[in-house]
Design a protein. Structure first.
Length: 304
């Protein structure tokens, strides 16, 4: 891996993404077969959380343990970060104790600044702009189920949020066709649309029509209508996104063997029906499991 950090998928080359996915497959195999892989023995990861988490916190902490290292949890409630200590100082302090930092926060700039002022690898565990670890796990899951990425059509339905941004970039970098259906007022980030617009072979489609986006899809993604930090808009969003639901009607225009992916947590009856969620639960929980393996690969590549 050329990159010293994982701040966003825009920074990674297609080769680097595949390097992560290949190592993730290997580490998953090793874990399942009891083959030791303690490549980060004696190393420590600091995990900063300014937002809630189940999967990210547990998979990073368990992953670090399985790699022979240690992870420590720094929530805003207990650290000085929560009392406003500048990120420049936190970066320099943690760089004196630890071997890597995972951060979940609001502004992408905070993650970029942590990398700029610190001297150890920084991994983005979700910002308002991106969720690169999730999409690496998603790509790993699709490749496991479909045996390839290139040429598949992936479709995202809903809010043009951190997940939409990362799916567009990750999918296009891996040679996939990417279609996105968002309401006009909830489009993906302009940096992501600029990147997608520069992909010259017409592999990107942005529409406000979910049925058009889902046509002949190999994989359909969705995510919550109100992300963390957007709770105050939840009622308005329930109204604005009502026709952006992944349901059996939508699946009927996709390929018969279309996968469904959801980063979780899911809101059944909102962005996805109970019926579709449970019919695709195997794929969705494979996706959740693969957070562990994909992040172990990221940590092994960045922190070894
Ligand atoms: N998908 C995901 O990042 O889950 P958590 O919010 O539980 O970490
Ligand atoms: N878009 C969601 C993803 C949660 C994993 C959020 O940011 O809350």
């Amino acid at each position: 891996m050329q990159n010293k950090h994982l701040l966003k998928l825009l920074d990674l080359s297609r080769e680097e993404i595949h390097e992560v996915l290949d190592l993730a497959d290997q580490l998953k195999y090793d874990q399942k077969h009891g083959i030791p892989h303690e490549v980060l023995k004696g190393k420590t990861l600091a995990m900063i959380f300014s937002k809630n988490s189940t999967r990210t916190r547990v998979s990073f902490e368990v992953g670090m343990f399985q790699l022979g290292g240690h992870a420590l949890f720094l929530s805003n409630a207990v650290s000085q970060i929560g009392r406003g200590e500048p990120v420049q100082d936190t970066a320099r302090v943690l760089s004196r104790y630890c071997d890597g930092i995972m951060i979940r926060t609001f502004a992408q700039q905070e993650v970029e600044d942590l990398a700029k002022y610190g001297s150890i690898p920084v991994i983005n565990g979700l910002t308002d702009f991106s969720h690169p670890c999730q999409v690496l796990a998603d790509l790993m899951t699709i490749r496991e189920h479909k045996a390839k990425l290139e040429g598949l059509k992936i479709c995202y339905i809903g809010d043009g949020n951190n997940m939409a941004n990362s799916i567009i970039v990750g999918g296009l970098k891996c040679g996939m066709n990417v279609s996105v259906a968002c309401p006009a007022d909830y489009q993906p980030h302009s940096d992501v649309l600029s990147f997608a617009g520069a992909v010259t072979d017409a592999r990107f489609e942005l529409t406000d029509d979910p049925m058009a986006a889902a046509k002949n899809a190999d994989v359909i993604f969705t995510d919550v209508w109100a992300s963390m930090g957007m709770e105050g808009e939840a009622a308005k969003r329930q109204h604005d996104f009502v026709s952006y639901q992944v349901n059996s009607d939508l699946l009927s225009v996709a390929h018969a063997d279309c996968m469904v992916q959801h980063c979780l947590p899911a809101h059944r009856g909102e962005e996805i029906t109970e019926e579709v969620f449970e019919a695709h639960a195997g794929e969705i929980f494979d996706e959740a499991e693969n957070r562990l393996h994909a992040q172990k690969a990221v940590m092994a590549l960045l922190m070894k």
